[in-house]
Design a protein around this ligand. Structure first.
Ligand SMILES: [Fe+2]
Length: 495
């Protein structure tokens, strides 16, 4: 199988269908109005936000120095044309910097070709993942509509930073100015091909990634050196790989969970979301790919949906996988409308789940671990593929307003111990990351760091917790003089 053939098919399918971003939108607005005091999506491109030094409440850990970068869909409206789905919106990059006892924030919309074309036209032009715009111009490829709005990849060895979408190229950005520097070309063959929003960085710095290509029955795999040189690319057959948002690595394998969410669209007609169907009689297909030769072993489990995996590792002849199951993933995506609050008690039910694969026998088992209404799992950034004891997640408490989508709590799991902090009424928590105290510190020794939006006051706050004592609440926090658009994922880059 040559990649060129698949690439053409993929680009045709993706491009004509305006591509399918599959990030996870975590929140709709509270009753009446969710709005940010800074609304870059409601007008022409504005200058970058810059908070200057922020007042720190509590004691900022002296050794926690670096930058928390976050990204998410921000601008959703231009020239009277609006996009209303959580996955649609031009990416805005946020940088929270911690240096010498000072904390500051800077934020900027990413000047992608899409954003620049729409700025020039004075209105939104292109159909999105969940919304069809009439007279949407033809696309030369997915990157024509790449909003770079889901996640970030940092390569510390070359001080490179990329803003990621699901269905197109990684966008290089300047880590200081936050300016877009153009789409990354890993190789001539993969130029413009999909690059996942969830690459995995192995402990040795190797970057593993993939691209999914709806309707093609294949996945494109990438192995990239710590300095950003492509080592290998490979297309593998992958039935029902029509929406694959995340994956996991182990020391020997790549692990893909392929849910029975099938794309049956005719390229060029409607938006991608309208072309997805849930086929619950089909299994959850697990592909275990040998890193050495890309040989694939296939397992089957009862159907469920998935956005995010936490981690996977080899253990005593088995492969252990931890992930968040989202049984009604299509229903959840169909309701992620920024203009309509809704009760999400059923559609957003998620389950912290374990899979055990036994390659020698071909057996696979899946078990719910008794923790519901969680998402955004994060682990030790240098332990991808190694056994981890510590995970941080967002959780939704019973007290959270049923008309408000999303999460109000941060939760940590450490072995069998669970701790959580609820931000309180009026708060929407965003993804929290785990930052180890030192690169070699034992798993769970460090900080949990994340943002939350307080919608009654329209302010965004950043909090830092002792990872071993999240129950005790933040050890320090800062409140911005403005509210940020709710974002998706972030990465901490140490100073
Ligand atoms: Fe994600």
């Amino acid at each position: 199988m040559t990649f060129a053939l698949n690439r053409r098919a993929a680009l045709a399918a993706l491009g004509a269908a305006a591509a399918g971003a599959t990030g996870f939108g975590q929140a709709a607005q509270p009753p009446d109005a969710w709005r940010s005091s800074y609304t870059p999506h409601n007008g022409p491109l504005k200058a970058a936000l810059d908070s200057g030094p922020l007042r720190i409440e509590g004691r900022w850990p002296a050794t926690l120095q670096g930058t928390l970068y976050r990204v998410g869909p921000a601008r959703r409206e231009l020239g009277g044309v609006s996009m209303n789905h959580w996955f649609d919106g031009d990416g805005m990059l946020q940088a929270f910097r911690f240096e010498g006892g000072r904390v500051s924030h800077r934020g900027a919309l990413l000047a992608t070709p899409k954003l620049q074309a729409e700025e020039a036209a004075g209105r939104l032009l292109y159909s999105g993942f969940a919304q069809t715009l009439p007279h949407s111009p033809p696309l030369s490829g997915p990157d024509t509509v790449n909003p770079a709005n889901i996640n970030l990849l940092s390569l510390p060895a070359s001080r490179a930073l990329f803003a990621l979408w699901d269905a197109g190229s990684a966008l290089a950005v300047d880590p200081d100015s936050l300016q877009a520097k153009g789409f990354k070309v890993w190789s001539p063959d993969t130029q413009g091909a999909p690059f996942s929003a969830h690459p995995r960085v192995a402990p040795d710095g190797t970057v593993w990634s993939f691209g999914y290509m709806p309707g093609t029955g294949s996945l494109l795999l990438y192995e990239i050196s710590p300095h950003g040189q492509l080592r290998r690319q490979q297309v593998i057959p992958a039935p029902q790989a029509d929406m694959v948002h995340d994956f996991a690595i182990t020391e020997r394998h790549l692990v893909f969970l392929l849910m029975p969410l099938k794309y049956s669209g005719t390229p060029g007609t409607g938006n991608p979301l309208s072309h997805y169907r849930w086929e619950g009689q089909s299994p959850l297909v697990v592909l275990l790919v040998d890193k050495a030769d890309f040989k694939v072993q296939r397992f089957e489990l009862p159907a469920t949906g998935v956005f995010h995996l936490a981690n996977a590792w080899e253990q005593g002849g088995t492969v252990q996988v931890r992930f968040v199951a989202q049984p009604d993933i299509l229903g959840a995506m169909q309701k992620m409308d920024v203009n309509h609050s809704h009760s999400n008690a059923k559609t957003r039910a998620t389950q912290w789940t374990q899979i055990t694969l036994t390659p020698a026998t071909g057996q696979a088992q899946m078990q719910a671990l008794g923790l519901d209404q969680v998402e955004f799992p994060r682990i030790h950034p240098a332990r991808n593929g190694l056994r981890t004891q510590f995970t941080t997640l967002l959780a939704r408490s019973r007290e959270m307003n049923a008309r408000v989508d999303g999460f109000d709590s941060v939760l940590t799991l450490h072995g069998g111990q669970q701790q959580r902090h609820r931000y309180g009424d009026g708060w929407i928590a965003e993804e929290h990351v785990y930052v180890p105290r030192t690169p070699t510190a034992p798993d769970g020794k460090g900080w949990v760091l994340g943002t939350a939006y307080h919608w009654p006051s329209e302010r965004t706050a950043l909090s830092v917790f002792d990872a071993a004592a999240v129950n005790a609440g933040p050890v320090a926090n800062v409140t911005l003089p403005y509210g940020l658009p709710l974002g998706l994922h972030g990465q901490f880059v140490a100073a």
